[in-house]
Design a protein around this ligand. Structure first.
Ligand SMILES: *Cc1c(COP(=O)(O)O)cnc(C)c1O
Length: 404
């Protein structure tokens, strides 16, 4: 695994048999241009210097690594958090959106285009667009617009145009089609910005590279705090960007085990969860090959999780390869375990985590109970402010979810 990042993906964007690019020729020509520009620009002194400065002065990096003493006392083990919730805008997504925005600026683009489901990617991208003085167009299903009103307001305040998508189920899948269509109308002046380590090459590689900072910082910070590396590193997996970010910092350390946590939702019946690496089969969706939750005809299945940022039927191609090679293990946490972890972190540590990140915390609590000798580093991908109205309305202040 030496020099891992240099060897994966290969020149065509494959991680083993996964990834690649399954898109119409017009779009392929544009992706090839982005790939070439990325290889050229991202290695330049100016680009690296500017991105470093943005990370420090605008995003507030490095984010801390924090030792959870009350949580560790209660559950055993030594539990640490990488605090991506303290990154500007409250989650890790800004790490790749600022990278994509800076690349767009260097390529001379005038507009950033993307789709958004719950609105988290839309808000992060709108933030990047405002910072760089670029136009921003976010395609969002009408159903999601109604559900995620605060994020719609945020995007508008940041100067983005939110385009309602009114056909089909009016959610994420239609929004993807709509955003691609808008992008194809003017690929010279605009760039399509994907929100995770998914989509056709070069996005899984680019987004991972922009998230790599999380793992680099965390490894250095953990070593400095404890004098050793963690026994285990864990993160939640939707598309897989926050997980790839932290895991990539430890991938050459063979003694550090890496565990991705997928949402087991309300049951393991089709449509009730979104654990594609654990229960999917290889297939193609949105222009790349990955483990996919699909029916017998190969159509993507409906997915569900209490954390809307995790409900994607596919998964990053790099995760698929690392699952097959065994370098990363994948497991699940269900809605109930997620809520227990959410309320427990609030009460014992004074940190309100995102429901997405709570899945990784849930796994850490279980692993700490099973092995009290262990040190575990959790990527706390985001803060939970976005989730509190929903949670309190549905589950109250959580007494029944806390250990008595
Ligand atoms: C979007 C989101 C995720 C899931 O995306 P990944 O690409 O799997 O990281 C996780 N946590 C938070 C807070 C998010 O907003």
């Amino acid at each position: 695994m030496q020099d891992y990042l240099k060897h994966f993906p290969d020149q065509k964007g494959y991680f083993g048999e996964y990834g690649g690019s399954f898109i119409p020729p017009v779009l392929q020509a544009e992706m090839d241009k982005i790939t070439q520009a990325y290889f050229h620009i991202s290695k330049s002194h100016d680009f690296i210097t500017e991105l470093r400065s943005i990370r420090k002065h605008f995003q507030g990096r490095p984010t801390p690594v924090y030792y959870c003493s009350r949580l560790s006392d209660a559950y055993g083990g030594r539990i640490y958090l990488k605090r991506e919730d303290l990154n500007h805008t409250g989650a890790h997504k800004l790490n790749h959106c600022m990278g994509e925005g800076l690349l767009a600026k260097y390529m001379g683009k005038k507009k950033l285009i993307a789709e958004t489901g719950a609105g988290q990617h839309g808000v992060a991208l709108a933030t990047a667009a405002a910072y760089f003085g670029l136009e921003c167009e976010i395609h969002m299903g009408e159903v999601d617009i109604a559900k995620e009103h605060p994020n719609v307001i945020r995007m508008q305040l940041l100067g983005a145009k939110v385009v309602p998508v009114t056909h089909g189920l009016k959610t994420l899948k239609e929004a993807v089609d709509s955003a691609f269509e808008a992008y194809l109308q003017d690929p010279v002046n605009s760039i399509y910005c994907i929100g995770s380590v998914v989509g056709p090459h070069p996005f899984p590689m680019m987004v991972r590279d922009f998230q790599h900072i999380v793992g680099v910082e965390a490894r250095e910070q953990f070593l400095e705090m404890t004098g050793e590396l963690p026994d285990e590193v864990t993160a939640c997996v939707g598309g897989g960007s926050n997980a790839m970010g932290i895991f990539s910092g430890f991938i050459n350390d063979e003694d550090v085990s890496l565990t991705g946590v997928e949402p087991a939702g309300r049951s393991l019946k089709p449509g009730d969860h979104a654990a594609s690496l654990c229960y999917g089969k290889p297939g193609i969706l949105h222009g790349f090959k990955s483990y996919l939750l699909q029916d017998d005809q190969g159509n993507p299945q409906p997915v569900y999780s209490i954390a809307s940022g995790l409900d994607y039927p596919g998964s990053g191609p790099e995760h698929c390869m690392l699952k097959d090679t065994g370098r990363i293990s994948y497991t699940t946490a269900d809605d109930k375990a997620c809520l227990h972890a959410f309320y427990t972190l609030c009460r014992l540590e004074g940190i309100i985590p995102a429901l997405e990140s709570s899945h990784a915390v849930a796994y850490a609590l279980k692993a700490a109970r099973e092995n009290p000798e262990k040190s575990i580093l959790v990527n706390l991908s985001g803060r939970g402010d976005k989730d509190i109205d929903f949670i309190v309305e549905k589950f109250g202040t959580g007494e029944e979810y806390l250990d008595s």
